[in-house]
Design a protein around this ligand. Sequence first.
Ligand code: KG4
Ligand code: ZN
Length: 352
Amino acid sequence: MKILSIETSCDDTAMAVVEFEQIHQETTCKILANFVSSQASLHNEYGGVFPAMAKREHIKNLPILYQQVVEKCGENFDAITVTVGPGLEPCLWTGITFAKELAERLNVPIIPVNHMEGHLFSSLLPEYEIGEKIILKELPANSISLLVSGGHTEIVKINKIGDYEIIGHTVDDAVGEAYDKVARMLGLPYPGGPHISKLAELARGRNNIPREISKPKFPRPMIHSKDYNFSFSGLKTAVLYYIRDNPIKNEDDKMAIACAFEDAAVEVLIKKITTAINECGATHLLLGGGVSANKYLSSELNKISKENNFEIYEPLKELTGDNAVMIAIAGYFHQDEIMKSENIKANGNLKL
Ligand code: KG4
Ligand code: ZN
């Protein structure tokens, strides 16, 4: 089954072609094309995604990416997968409208896909070369997913494909959103996650030499709450007040704040996910979403995985952020949910 996949839920226009084959229990796939056109630099001056501009850019980018796809792979597809939510509705509609028009012209069906389910499956893909036939990892029986992105922070118990329980979620800001807002306070570009993370890494390195930079200690909101929920808004506000009372004088100050923020955010994530894994008896953790590119989070998770007897599936770096390959994988698993074009609608608040 050769799938053309489209993802436009936020500020990345993404398109991919993935060919799947089912050989008994094994799902093999070939990634024939994987394009992502990022708008990050355009949204920089707004410190976040400006929906009307994102929509305009998707409208401009989609035909350009499709042209590249056609040059590489032709126009012979068995189905189109497209993200229908959650995300920014004007952006979702651009992808859906493009998919509908194409589906009609090529006379192929559409499979609507949940963006978070895409992130959830992104870690099933092993290392690959374009055009190489690879075997997708099987979804382990007792798995939990930690989905950390710019819009979501969720702990998901996976019963089986398509049957999920969100057992923990943020009650306010998503962790990626907190990274982006703190980055803005430090005068760093959007998206801020990678910049904060780089500064934090430098700060941690510095602690190995005698003259340590002194780090503030920020709160760990909800770390002791008896549930798996998160709150990152208080942490962000604590950073804001700290900067107000201790104006940044140099790069060391920035590093110290970035590191102290990341320590707090990651500690809460680790505490909640460890508790969830142990209480649910999970054997596997599937990590997904833009923040899963964070090296400190990954190394802290790898530390606890040994003590707590679980295996981690992490997405390849290029599949941590928004991409259309993960949407193709989720769509392939839902190929029985092919829908009539006119019934496909965007739903910005769609849940897993
Ligand atoms: O999954 P994603 O690409 O888009 C959404 O679905 O939201 O996630 C984007 C988020 C942004 O908030 C960005 O700052 C964050 O992922 N991010 C990171 C890192 N790389 C991206 N956060 C922390 N550390 C990183 N290395
Ligand atoms: Zn995403």
